[in-house]
Design a protein around this ligand. Structure first.
Ligand SMILES: [Zn+2]
Length: 142
């Protein structure tokens, strides 16, 4: 079984991604996908302001399952982060290349989740509990 994301980018830069299980969407054209996923998404959630500066977010997106993280793309707060900066630039570029989205999105996701204290699982050999760095021993009580 294989699972990948299929990204669908609309002319205004809005996009969605659809799970592609076992390549079942490989033969579906972007036009068909757009019909299946109309842009007036049933997202009734009001636009969320940035949790850091209160400004307008370019994008907020739920993090990977189980993390309960909402990832925010804020043009004011995130511009110093390389993956976010590239993503913001792409998002605002009318000549954006839809094919660049998956890499940009995943880089941004990795960077954002890292900032939230998560790391993408990679090598199974990685010890699950890293040794406590010196100087960070728990505070004693009393
Ligand atoms: Zn902000």
């Amino acid at each position: 079984m294989s699972f990948t994301w299929r990204y669908l980018v609309r002319p205004d830069g809005d996009f969605c991604r659809i799970g592609n299980l076992d390549g079942s969407l490989d033969n579906v054209s972007d036009e068909e996908l757009a019909r299946l996923h109309p842009s007036d998404r049933e997202e009734d959630q009001p636009a969320r302001p940035c949790s850091r500066c209160g400004g307008e977010l370019l994008l907020h997106w739920h993090g990977p399952l189980m993390t309960r993280v909402w990832m925010e793309l804020c043009p004011a707060c995130d511009v110093h982060r390389p993956a976010a900066r590239s993503f913001i630039r792409w998002y605002r570029d009318a000549d954006r290349d839809p094919k660049a989205l998956p890499q940009l999105f995943e880089d941004w996701e990795t960077e954002t989740m890292h900032a939230h204290g998560w790391a993408r699982a990679q090598e199974p050999e990685t010890p699950s509990s890293p040794p406590t760095p010196p100087g960070l021993t728990p505070r004693g009580r009393g």
